[in-house]
Design a protein around this ligand. Structure first.
Ligand code: ADP
Ligand code: MG
Length: 589
């Protein structure tokens, strides 16, 4: 095939694809336009996750009648006049691409009236083609209605996710902007139901309460930090709120960052926030934070990403330090002094015995001299980087022989001996495997056992969490949750999975929702499994937990009986094996 220039309609659809990935991208662009137009109220309505309809209404400046058709021309913008303006962008839009792109892949109607005009202008486009243009009656401001997104791009339409998933993305966009612009009143209606509104009071704390609910808002600490101007950089300032150490989540998605009130994704700055909590949060737990960085627009390039979601700082390291230091200070000011817990082997957890002797014994080793000694003991035993290449002879694939427990290392690994050498078992991964098989068996029979709460617990969810809960109610019930709607986004927890009987029900539910949101999957069977996995992960004994000899023996016995004892249900190994031959080789025997 020779080189050809694409026909304009094909080129337009491809260009639109850069900007419009899913319904939430449309909402983002339209909300940004409304903010740039100086609106004080922005109302977003969607139907079927925005796949059927997206409507964004604002009371901003409006578009003069004679400019309305021009707004849909590619590279038509009122926000940038020369290339120099690109160095000091203060509006959210600047490329003049969004309206053209959205119109190219949908059926779009815009009605707009500047306050100074008596009549509004109404324009309709389908697949980028203007279908009508007329005068109309309307309040001052702009309303854009986008119907049947991707009606003319079937390949894109196919990739849209379930309504609940797309709704979740849209909620995230609207709530994030509500946090960035507390003085604007945001309203979100999905399928004619009001699911979110902020007050527009101008107070960030009010917006936080609207987005996260009052419980979480109360656990947020104010952040404030300044970076003075230096030889290379202008001044910068970070403000916002970050969670107390009592508040943490299973994913990083509650770290929300803005630069000059533009919502951005930045892995390094995310990491700066996470690092600020070093030693304060349990492993694999992440903070909640909402931060805005203000700086001279010349210090940050906003024109590096198709959807403007990423930016490039002139001095990224300075910004990283500013954020990390400010968050750390807020956390330190409120938190107790961190104690570094260095795992040590203590005599009562390290039992030893001789081959053939299965009874627990009193310690045969003196207590190690301290952290260094225990680390040495651990390193010496760990078959680092050695693949498990020697399955025990005579066993079906993946099974393990009967093991004799020797002891526990680092409150994390069980040392055991088998007929062919040494085994190191990850106590958490092993327990996950056991619980998962048990739960799956129970689900297949009478249903997972649940634990009734003596008093139902009332939990106030965010709109996103509530939507997810509704969408996955069946999977949550299958693992043992009994949840009752209590008006708005409140629910009563009446029972929890028996596996989670020991934990705080609210925290458990919120964590599970957070993990589910992380890559929601539309297939029911998969969702059921995913929820089961999350519950088992939560219920399993953790690293850092001292186990008695009997507990270890029971764990190993149950692990041996599972169908796949060598891997945890997430597919990671539960054990490492160091064969007798490897040992002999290593010791030069
Ligand atoms: P950009 O925002 O990059 O300028 P858009 O394609 O999003 O590009 O919009 C094109 C132009 O249409 C804007 O520059 C603005 O003048 C006008 N416009 C779009 N939406 C609105 C709105 N809600 N209120 C007022 N003017 C708008
Ligand atoms: Mg725009």
């Amino acid at each position: 095939m020779g080189i050809k220039i694409l026909p304009p309609d094909v080129a337009a659809k491809i260009a639109a694809g850069e900007v419009v990935e899913r319904p939430a991208s449309v909402v983002k662009e339209l909300v940004e336009n409304a903010i740039d137009a100086g609106a004080s109220t922005i109302r977003v309505e969607i139907q079927e996750g925005g796949k059927r309809l997206i409507r964004v209404m604002d009371n901003g400046s409006g578009i003069p009648a004679e400019e309305v058709p021009l707004a849909f021309a590619r590279h038509a913008t009122s926000k940038l006049a020369s290339i120099d303006d690109l160095n000091r962008v203060t509006t959210l839009g600047f490329r003049g691409e969004a309206l053209a792109s959205i119109a190219a892949v949908s059926q779009l109607t815009l009605v707009s009236r500047p306050a100074s005009q008596l009549t509004a202008t109404r324009i309709r486009l389908e697949g980028g083609q203007q279908k009508s243009l007329s005068a109309a009656g309307a309040p001052a401001g702009t309303t854009v209605t986008v119907e049947n997104l991707f009606f003319n791009v079937p390949a894109r339409k196919k990739f849209l996710k379930a309504t609940a998933t797309e709704t979740g993305h849209i909620q995230r966009v609207v709530t994030c902007y509500a946090l960035a612009y507390p003085h604007i009143r945001f309203i979100l209606e999905t399928d004619r139901r009001l699911v979110f509104q902020s007050t527009g009071s101008g107070n960030l704390f009010d917006a936080l309460a609207a987005v996260f609910g009052p419980d979480i808002a109360r656990q947020l600490l104010a952040v404030e930090g300044d970076l003075p101007a230096s030889g290379e950089t202008g001044p910068a300032r970070v403000t916002g709120f970050t969670g107390a150490t009592s508040l943490h989540r299973g994913a990083r998605d509650q770290i929300i960052l803005f630069v000059n009130r533009r919502w951005i994704q930045d892995r390094a700055l995310n990491q700066a926030v996470v690092q600020a909590y070093h030693t304060f949060l349990p492993v694999n737990r992440y903070p909640v934070a909402v931060l805005n960085i203000e700086m001279d627009p010349a210090e940050v390039d906003v024109n590096v990403h198709p959807t403007k979601a990423e930016v490039k700082f002139r001095e990224p390291r300075a910004v990283f330090k500013l954020v990390q230091k400010a968050v750390r200070e807020a956390v330190l000011a409120s938190a107790p002094t961190p104690t570094l817990t260095t795992p040590t082997l203590s005599p009562d957890v390290f039992h030893t015995g001789h081959a053939g002797d299965f009874r627990p014994r009193q310690t045969a080793f003196p207590a190690p001299a301290g952290p260094a000694a225990s680390r040495f003991a651990f390193e010496a035993q760990r078959p680092a980087d050695q693949p498990d290449d020697s399955p025990s002879p005579g066993l079906p694939d993946g099974q393990v022989p009967p093991l004799r427990v020797v002891g526990q290392v680092q409150q994390m690994y069980i040392v055991a001996e088998g007929p062919d050498g040494l085994y190191l078992i990850d106590q958490h991964a092993a327990h996950e495997r056991i619980l998962y098989e048990k739960l799956m068996a129970q689900q297949a029979q009478a249903g997972a056992p649940r634990q009734q709460l003596l008093e139902p617990v009332l939990v106030e969810l965010s709109p996103g969490q509530a939507a997810l809960l509704e969408a996955e109610a069946e999977a949550l019930a299958a693992v043992g949750f009994d949840l009752e709607p209590f008006g708005g986004h409140a629910y009563r927890i009446r029972a929890v999975p028996q596996l989670l009987g020991q934990t705080d029900p609210t925290q458990a539910l919120v964590d599970i929702l957070a993990e589910m949101a992380d890559g929601a999957t539309p297939l029911a069977r998969e969702t059921h499994q995913k929820v089961a996995l999350i519950v088992c992960k939560r219920a399993a004994i953790k690293g850092g937990q001292t186990l008695s000899y009997e507990e270890m023996r029971e764990l190993v016995r149950q692990l041996e009986a599972t169908s796949a004892p060598r891997t945890c249900p997430h597919g990671r190994p539960t054990m490492l094996h160091l064969s007798a031959a490897q040992l002999a080789r290593e010791f030069g025997r």
